[in-house]
Write a protein that binds this ligand. Structure first.
Ligand SMILES: [Ca+2]
Ligand SMILES: [Ca+2]
Length: 440
């Protein structure tokens, strides 16, 4: 159990889109080495050179799954793959504008069949997926423009040697996923206007003949940037968009967007305040399935007892990961996350609101103590946790300690102080509550 949770710590929410029959060929390493003659990649690349010349520079997307200059996929649903290529050649203004080139098989050989300029200096992300029940795949190209700080997404379909533009929109982040739960994917955009401190999430259904805006909702735009934009799951199984945004270098919020019937909802955004406050936390943790049950959990921060009157940089928080079903939360895991020493300690449920943390700055020892609200004090110690250097650990009388974890240079260990009562932990329980992961 512990190991599973630890491994889940950095696991970003599963993005449940699938790229139908996409096959990226020509990885970064492959692109640095000319492909051997006789192979399909060689023939595809030669077809591009025959069209655009040998001096072209190849480009590939900076994010997403399709990070290749040549993406092979069946673009027109005829059962045979075509290839999408990205390249640039310097134009009259000296700008190396990226082009999209489609390479198809004609009479058994690879030939460039169409080409379009993008006005882009870079490719952010490429997805190829059908966006309607029976529709042909849509090629979604997210491009970084010369002329604007905003990215621009273009949707294309390919048929009989022609590339048809279906849509062009500015965006900050995009996803191709089934947020509406209809069995096929939609285009989900996030637009952050940093000048106006506003942001909007939009969901488009892209049909064979026209596109429909299924919903648009405000989310927090009073942010320094969007850190993660992922599809995940609510407790009732519904798909939802989890948007983790940085408020500052040490604080974050999560916006949650999902469909309630046909209405798109922005769960946490406060229209009156103009921002999202419900999920504000003083850490940089991102939403994740922390307990591995398939639902996405949001890391909330709860001030530990006794820290109410201290300054912001002295405050200590319990992190409570919660899943949501559209109405109520369920706690998945509550724990003290010690970023300096790379572990977390899960609070047993009887500890919640009863136990606080006292820490020693010089050794970074975390001591968990019963909180006495009447006397405003935390004198009764339950357990203390510390990360020692391996040499230091050998020098101390460590037979009184419970060794929790060890690596090449360090040992994590606990000293059990309280031995009786409902708040006390034994060796087995303290080991069970300890989780190590590459937490940030
Ligand atoms: Ca085809
Ligand atoms: Ca979960």
């Amino acid at each position: 159990m512990l190991k599973r949770i630890a491994l889940c710590l950095l696991a970003v929410v599963t993005v449940a889109f699938c790229c139908t029959a996409c096959d990226s060929i020509g990885s970064v390493e492959q692109l640095l080495t000319p492909p051997r003659s006789g192979g399909e990649l060689y023939d595809i690349q030669q077809a591009l050179y025959n069209f655009a010349g040998r001096s072209v520079k190849l480009h590939y997307a900076h994010t997403g799954d399709n990070r290749s200059a040549f993406i092979r996929s069946d673009l027109d649903s005829d059962g045979v793959n075509e290839a999408v290529a990205f390249y640039s050649v310097a134009n009259a203004d000296g700008l190396a504008e990226i082009h999209i080139n489609i390479i198809d098989t004609v009479d058994g050989g690879w030939v460039s069949v169409c080409d379009t300029a993008t006005g882009a200096s870079g490719i952010d992300k490429v997805e190829i997926a059908p966006l309607s029940e029976k529709g042909a795949p849509v090629i979604a190209v997210g491009a970084e423009l010369f002329s604007s700080t905003a990215n621009q997404i273009s949707l294309f379909t390919y048929s009989k040697g022609h590339l048809y533009t279906r849509m062009k929109e500015n965006y900050t982040r995009f996803l191709i996923c089934d947020l509406a739960g209809v069995g096929y994917d939609q285009l989900v955009l996030l637009n952050h206007n940093s000048a106006e401190r506003s942001a909007e999430a939009q969901v488009y259904s892209v049909g064979a003949d026209y596109n429909t805006l299924l919903g648009a909702v405000s989310v927090d735009g009073n942010i320094s940037g969007v850190t993660a934009f992922n599809m995940g799951k609510l407790t009732d199984g519904r798909a939802a968009l989890f948007i983790d945004s940085a408020k500052s270098t040490s604080s974050m919020i999560t916006d949650l967007v999902y469909f309630e019937g046909e209405n798109l909802k922005s769960e946490f955004f406060d229209k009156t305040a103009g921002q999202t406050e419900a999920t504000l936390r003083y850490n940089t943790l991102l939403c994740a399935d922390i307990n591995g049950d398939g639902t996405t959990d949001i890391p909330f921060a709860k001030l530990l007892p006794g820290y109410e009157n201290l300054s912001a940089d002295e405050r200590m928080y319990l992190t409570i990961w919660r899943s949501f079903d559209g109405k109520k939360y369920a706690d998945a895991l509550a724990g003290d996350f010690n970023y300096d020493d790379g572990y977390y300690f899960e609070f047993p449920s009887v500890w919640l609101d009863k136990v606080t943390l006292v820490y020693d700055k010089s050794t970074n020892m975390h001591s968990y103590r019963l909180w006495n609200a009447e006397h405003n004090s935390a004198l009764t110690e339950i357990v203390r946790l510390r990360c020692y250097s391996a040499a230091e650990y050998e020098d101390i009388q460590n037979d009184q300690l419970v060794e929790l974890m060890r690596d090449d240079s360090r040992v994590w260990a606990a000293r059990l102080i309280m031995t009786d009562g409902e708040y006390a932990l034994d060796k087995e329980k303290v080991t069970d509550c300890f989780g190590k992961g590459e937490i940030k």
